[in-house]
Ligand binder design. Structure first.
Ligand SMILES: [Zn+2]
Length: 128
């Protein structure tokens, strides 16, 4: 311990943490352009975008035999499977999956995914 006085010790750690945060910020800011260039090279290509999307699915627990095939279907789908509305942009497209088993169900728009509208549709189908 650098200080016997608890207040001086607190101040020491406050300053220490502040210096660490500042040093990290300087390091980050100094590499902003380099990092954004690397990110562009990595993700702003068709292959990079595919990898990013597939890694996102895997992180969310989606289980599938052919992720690249699934990605092709996902990217080519232009309408929501439930409401049939055209996707406004690429972020409007969602891959709906069972959170328990990881099985892919359908490709939905943000609204249907959020509102769980597919459940009503699925139940109707089961009843029919
Ligand atoms: Zn929809």
């Amino acid at each position: 311990m650098p200080y016997k006085d608890p207040e001086a010790q607190k101040e020491y750690f406050r300053q220490y943490n502040f210096n660490r945060r500042e040093a990290s910020k300087i390091w980050r800011d100094g590499r902003k352009e380099e990092r954004s260039k690397k990110a562009k090279e990595k993700y702003y290509t068709p292959e990079g975008h595919m990898k990013m999307i597939i890694n996102g699915w895997k992180a969310k627990g989606v289980i599938h035999d052919d992720f690249e095939g699934l990605y092709e279907i996902y990217i080519k789908t232009e309408n929501c499977d439930v409401c049939n509305n055209t996707f406004v942009n690429s972020k409007d497209r969602c891959l709906d999956h069972d959170h328990g088993t990881g099985v892919v169900r359908q490709i939905l728009c943000q609204d249907c995914n959020r509102m769980d509208r597919w459940k009503n549709k699925l139940n109707k189908n089961i009843l029919l």
